[in-house]
Each structure stands twice: as C-alpha cells, then as structure tokens.
Write a protein that binds this ligand. Structure first.
Ligand code: PLP
Length: 399
C-alpha cells in the first residue's frame, strides 16, 4: 500500500518544521519561535547553536572527520580522562547512542562474570517502567510489552521487578545473576526518581552477592539533575554507567564508563564500533564538557531548577484540576496531568512551549541546562496560559 511519506511510519510526528535553533529557542521555517523545554529529549544540554560547541565542531571538520578505532584517536583519550577524573570510573568506551552505551554496559557486566569463571551469570535484574533503548537487547532489558511485541522472542537474561521494591530485588537474585540495571530517575517511565535509600540498598545487595551495579544515566547524566551524574545524590558509586544524550549536546555520542575491575573482561577483540568516538564527536563532547564543568555551571542548574520547580508547584496548587503532581530532580521535571497528558501537552504547544510526553500521564520538562531563571519564568507563564484555557474550555463543555 502506498503511503504519504517515504519515511517509516514509526513516529507520530507533530506538524512542526524547525529550521534554526538559538539557545532555548527553536524557530520554524515560517519564523515562529518556540521555547524548547524538550531539548530533543534531554539532548541539547547547552542549548542550540552554542558558539563554543559550534566552533569546536567547525574547527575539527577542517582537520579530520573520521578515524577508525584501529588507530589512536587523541580526542578520545582527552574526553575519557576528563570523564574518569570527574567520576568513579577508570575506563570509557565511546558509542553513538544511548542504546549502544547500554549494550556495552550489559556486555561489560556479563563479560566480567564470564572472566571470573562464571559464564552462567548473565542475568541482569531490571525494573518495571524502565526504558533503555530500542535495540533487541535494550527492549528486553526495558521489558515493556509495547516495545517487544512482534519482534520475536525476547532476548534472554533480563529479570524484571517492581521499581523501588528492594525485597523483590533480593528475591530475584539467583546464581545466574550478573548485575542490576536501573535509571536513577525513570525518564520515559514518567519521571520517577529512585530514592537515595533504594540506591544505597541496591549497592549493598550488589556487594553482598558479587553483582555489578549498572546505572542508565543516558537521560539523568551530564548535569541534568544538578550534579554531573545523578548517582552522586545518593552517595554511592556504581560499577558501570551508560551515558549519551547531553554529552553530545545534539551530536550522536554515547559512552560506557566502568571501574577497571568491572571492565576487566573487555579485552582486545571483545567489542567494537565503526563510528563510536570519532574525531567530530570527540571535539563536540569535549566542548560540551568545557561548558558543563565550567565554574558554577551545576550550581546554576540547581538554582534554575528551584525557580522552575517552585513555579510548577504553585501552578499545581492553583490548577489542581489540570495538574495533579510535579516531580523529578534538577531540570528533569515531570508534570503529572489531572487530564489526559496529551491534551495538556497540545495546549502547552499551542502556547509555543515544547515538552516531551512520558508514561504515567506525565509531561517531561527538560530545558537546556543553560536556561536562565527568566526563561524558566517565561515557560511557567506559558503553562499557566495553557492551564487557564483548558480550564475555561472544560467549564464551557460541562455548562
Ligand atoms: N536510556 C534512557 C534512560 C533513555 O532515555 C534513552 C532514550 O530516550 C535510551 C536509553 C536510549 O538512547 P538512544 O535513543 O540514544 O539509543
């Protein structure tokens, strides 16, 4: 059957065509300006067209675009050193996407157990509501029926338990368990933070049973929650983390970070990628880190988060018929709607403010981390206008 577009029909796209981006703004082909609090789903961490990042990409483009990983790639050494200096990790593998960073993390954990003489330990415990990507491995890890349906047997080795239920985790550990994989804040699942106590309890269980604690920080990482990585809030350190989105600021870049011990099974020949860590990606990743690790930047994220969050809480108090709850950390905030969230999202978009849908009837607000308090207030004004209009429409309907 002929279709209207030559593209796969996998996306339900909004009829918006953006031509340019400037900071927190996206501008359509016809010149309309939208406040972008979706940031490409937590990707444009330093805003659109950040001059330092654009400059780094252009400078690298004039030198060399691509080098195979059969050669040394100097930008990789630099970025990996900066990431390991700033975190628990000793080793880094660069990828092009979040799902690939997760694949590397899962392989690293399995291979660790294998190299310690336990090939039978390949199961990973994951959590209901999780989202880890769309490869065959990561849809199995995420365990969501809607993403698994029709793609053949689910890849084996993932055991899922309810989010936040430490007794269920304990009960799921068997002689075949290699590790535990969790998002510190479930993004797609509806902006559901794991409590610091839960994270600490997971660490303890991993230590007791010789398991690796793997964190999916694809959405929460690189400053999104107001720390460089979200695990820092709980005071524990993981063994492996998967990173992507914000690290590339819009350039396809991901990374798997691990302790030397956790990565000890990943010897020459066990993993590889053509593009992962190519010179263009490394130039961008290093430039993004210049901004994120700059003096006072993470404090700025925490300060603006407070303004935005308090404003959202006030809107919830004034519009309980529209907003049921506000949750999340840093600039990964969720508005749980009291009406169908798609209606609220559409009403917000009509005010030229962009957000992102999530599970549990939640809208995600993920502005670039460079967003100012003034821009956050502008976003709040637009949400208030949307809520006011929705309330009026509903009153009219019920009259
Ligand atoms: N993990 C989490 C927590 C994510 O939010 C996403 C993407 O939304 C992924 C993994 C997959 O990343 P990618 O789409 O870059 O493969």
């Amino acid at each position: 059957m002929a279709t209207a577009t030559p593209l796969y029909d996998t996306y339900m796209r909004a009829p918006l065509r953006f031509e340019r981006g400037e900071g927190v703004w996206l501008i359509t082909e016809t010149g309309e300006r939208y406040l972008d609090f979706g940031a490409g789903v937590a990707v444009t961490s330093v805003g659109h067209s950040h001059p330092h990042v654009v400059g780094a990409l252009k400078a690298q483009a004039d030198k060399v675009w691509h080098l195979s990983n059969i050669y040394e790639v100097p930008g990789q050494e630099v970025l990996a050193k900066r990431l390991t200096d700033a975190t628990f990790a000793d080793k880094v593998f660069f990828t092009n996407s979040g799902a690939e960073a997760l694949e590397c993390a899962i392989k690293t954990a399995r291979r660790y157990q294998f190299s310690k003489g336990h090939p039978e330990k390949f199961h990973i415990i994951t959590f209901e509501g999780a989202f880890h990507g769309r490869t065959l491995g990561t849809i199995a890890a995420g365990g969501q029926a809607k993403y698994l349906e029709g793609f053949g047997p689910k890849a084996p080795g993932f055991d899922q338990v309810p989010f936040g239920d430490i007794e269920a985790v304990r009960a799921a550990i068997t002689d075949a368990t290699a590790g535990i994989l969790i998002e510190p804040v479930q993004g797609e699942g509806g902006v559901r933070p794991a409590s610091p106590e839960f994270m600490r309890a997971l660490r303890q269980l991993c230590d007791e049973h010789g398991l690796l604690l793997i964190l999916d920080e694809v959405q929460t990482g690189v400053g999104r929650t107001g720390k460089l990585f979200a695990y820092e809030w709980s005071g524990i350190t993981p063994d492996i983390i998967a990173v992507a989105k914000g690290i590339g600021g819009g350039f396809p870049l991901g990374a798997c970070l691990a302790t030397a011990e956790a990565a000890s099974g990943m010897v020459a020949g066990t993993h590889g990628t053509t593009y992962g860590g190519n010179p263009l990606a490394m130039a961008v990743g290093n430039a993004v880190l210049d901004v994120i690790l700059g003096d006072g930047f993470l404090q700025h994220v925490r300060d603006v988060s407070l303004v935005f969050r308090q404003g959202l809480a006030s809107l919830k108090d004034r519009y309980p018929d529209i907003i049921e709850d506000v949750r999340g950390d840093g600039l990964l905030l969720g508005i749980k709607a009291a009406i169908p969230s798609a209606e609220l999202l559409a009403a917000i978009r009509a005010e030229h403010l962009l957000g992102v849908p999530a599970g549990d009837n939640v809208i995600r607000m993920l502005p670039p981390l460079t967003v100012t308090a003034e821009e956050a207030r502008e976003g709040l004004n637009r949400i208030e206008h949307a809520a006011e209009k929705l309330r009026a429409e509903r009153a009219k309907k019920s009259a």
